[in-house]
Design a protein around this ligand. Sequence first.
Ligand code: 5CA
Length: 451
Amino acid sequence: MRLSRYFLPVLKENPSEAQIVSHRYMLRAGMIKQSAAGIYSWLPLGFKVLKKIETIVHEEQMRAGHIPMLMPTLQSADLWKESGRYDDYGQEMLRISDRHGRDMLYGPTNEELITDIFRSHVGSYKDLPLTLYHIQWKFRDEIRPRFGVMRGREFYMKDGYNFDLTKEDALHAYNRHLVSYLRSYERMGLQAIPMRADGGPIGGDYTHEFLVLADTGESEVFYDSAVTDLTFGDRAIDYDSVEQCQGVLEEFTSKYARTDETHDEALFNEVPEERRRVARGIEVGQIFYFGTKYSEALGANVQGPDGKQSPVHMGSHGIGVSRLLGAIIEASHDDKGIIWPEGVTPFHCGLVNLKQGDAEADAACESLYEALTAAGLEPLYDDRKERAGGKFATMDLIGLPWRITVGPRGLKNGVVELTSRRSGESEELSPEAAVQKIVEIYANHQTGRGF
Ligand code: 5CA
C-alpha cells in the first residue's frame, strides 16, 4: 500500500477523551472513530488489525476441530423468555421492538440461539462431540463504556459452544478451548494467563478467564509469579487426546491465579511470599462449563447409546476480538506509539523514502516495494512529499515492527537502513539483504492474514 493512496487520518494532538494509552494511540493512529458512546467505526488501519486477530482466532479454532458458522446480531426475545434470561439479564441487554410490536434484542451472547439450533437438528449421541462457534458483533449496554474498544457497547467477540454427551466429554472440550486459546494469544504476541473466575450471567461454577497483565486492566488479580514463566510455544498437540489437553490444563492452572471474585486469601497465603503478586489485568477471554443449564431450560436432549434421553452437556467459550487490539497495545507500546507484534501487524514493514522525487531514491523504493510484495509481504510505502521527521513520527505511531529507510546518501554506498521498532536498532544492508531479512523474520511467524 502506498501511503499517498491510503486513508490514514493520524491526529497530531492527544485526544482529551482518551484516558489510557491504547485508546489514545488507536485514535491518534487513525484506527477507530467513535460513532456513539462505546460504538466505533473501524477505519482501514484498525480494521486491518481486527481482521488479522480474527484470522488467528479462526485458524486456531479450526485447528482444534471447532466448526465456524454465523448467527445474527438481532435475536427474537422468545428463546430468552424460554431460558429465563430475558428477565435476568437486566439493563445490559438492548431491547428493541419491531414494527409488529415483537420483542427483539441485540445479542449480548448466543447460548439460547445455538441451543435452539442444536435441538432442532441433533438428537443422538452419534452426532457428538460437536463444537460450533462464530465471530460476530455483540451489544451490551454497559453502564460505563470506556477505554475505547476495551469496554465497548458494541464489540466483536468469538463465541463457541460445545455439546457433549457426558460431563467428562464436555470437560475435554473445555480443555481443548484452553489449549487453543493459549496458542491464539501467543500468536498475537501476548501472554494471557488463565485464572479461576466467576460465571456471572453466563452461569456455571467452572470457568477460567484469560488475563493480560496491565496496570490499566479493569480486573484485580492475585497470582503466583511462577505462572508468568509458562509458555505454550510451538509444541505439538493432539486435540483428540484427553490426556494431552488435560495435561496442558493442569500445567497452566495448578499454580494460584485468580480474579478478585474467586480470590481465596488463605490459599493465596500458601504461595511462597516472594512469589505472591497482586496486580491488574485485562480479560481477553473466558471459558465456561455450565453443564445442562441451557439444555434443560430449552429441552435440548440427546439419546445415549443406551437409548435413554438426557440433556446435553454444554460450555461456552469467548474471546474478546475487538478488545484484543487495546490489550495488545497496552502490552506493547512506548512513548512514540504502538509496537505491533509481528503476528498481528497491519503491514509487515514500513518503507520510508527520505527524498521523494529523487529519481534514484524513488526507483530503489519501487523495487523494494515490488520485491517485498512478490515475497508475499505487505509493505506500507510512505511515498508522500513530507519531511523525514514527519514520516518517522507516523511510522513510529502506527507501530510497524520493521522499517526500511531509503535515502540518496545510503544509496551511493549501495545500502538502505533496516530498523526494528521494538529495539530502535538499525543496520545498513543492501536492499536485497534487507528484503531477505524481513522475509526470514516473517517465515518464523504465523501471521494472521488480513485484507
Ligand atoms: N458466552 C460467553 C462465552 S462465549 C461470554 O459471553 N463470555 S464473556 O461474557 O466473558 O465475554 C467473552 C469476552 O468478550 C470477554 O472475555 C471479553 O474479552 C469480551 N468482552 C466482554 N464484554 C466486552 C465489552 N463490553 N467490550 C469489549 N469486549 C468485551
